[in-house]
Design a protein around this ligand. Sequence first.
Ligand code: ZN
Length: 276
Amino acid sequence: MPEGLEAEIWRRAASVLVGRRITDVWCDPRISPFGLEEMLRGARIDGVDRIGKVVRVVTDRPALDGGVPGAGSSGGGALGLHFGMTGRLEIDGIAPIPRLEYASGADRPEWDRLRVSTQPSSMLDGNAVPALRMNDPRRLGRLSFDEPITVGPDALGLTARQLRLALDGRTARIKTLLLDQSVVAGLGNLCADEVLFTAGIAPHRRADELARSEVTGLARACRHRLRSMLAAGGSTHGVLSPALRVGPGTCPRDGTPLARTTLGGRTAVWCPDHQS
Ligand SMILES: [Zn+2]
């Protein structure tokens, strides 16, 4: 599923929309709050930000009561794009991530969940295209407007101190906690495995049994490893590649056969030699 890295790639691409006026909106009513189209039509896009795995298009519409503007947002009413398992985004007719590794490569119009037109309009090869289009075959993603999103510190900039505080007193397994968005924001299954692999920590370790130096190393792995994966194209660009994850593979670092463990309903792929 799209993780914080994919959301960050889409956020950066969508920043070209800032300053444009929304002229038309269509959204799938099954995954949208009531009245969303009317709320957005005519609004100006003032910013695009990200909270964990959610991309938010901040508008000049007033924020709704109870809305909690996200960090770095300009505080206006924000359209939230929640990508679920297979949601993907096109901006001005171009997909910054051409194909999600874990989803169908097909792109059918009936899987569209959101289409936004803007002024200036978006042209591609002489044809008008939506400025923003969300396509989701499985329809597990959704749209929100000014929904409070409460998450822990973002994984991409995670400091050792933030991680120590987030894990303080927690007895659950470290992999399970890394996937909990209220503990650390933005990590999905692939990135959680990748940072534990980088830090040399086994996924089933209890958080309260990690040494201080291990927590420091894990935070460093989040900052550095995730940034290089982001530059390479997202969560499927780790050392534990999708091909390594599905087959019987060996650790790229030491050649030990990789182990697979189910934790909290998700498959953890890890090296029983250098991760302890
Ligand atoms: Zn290894």
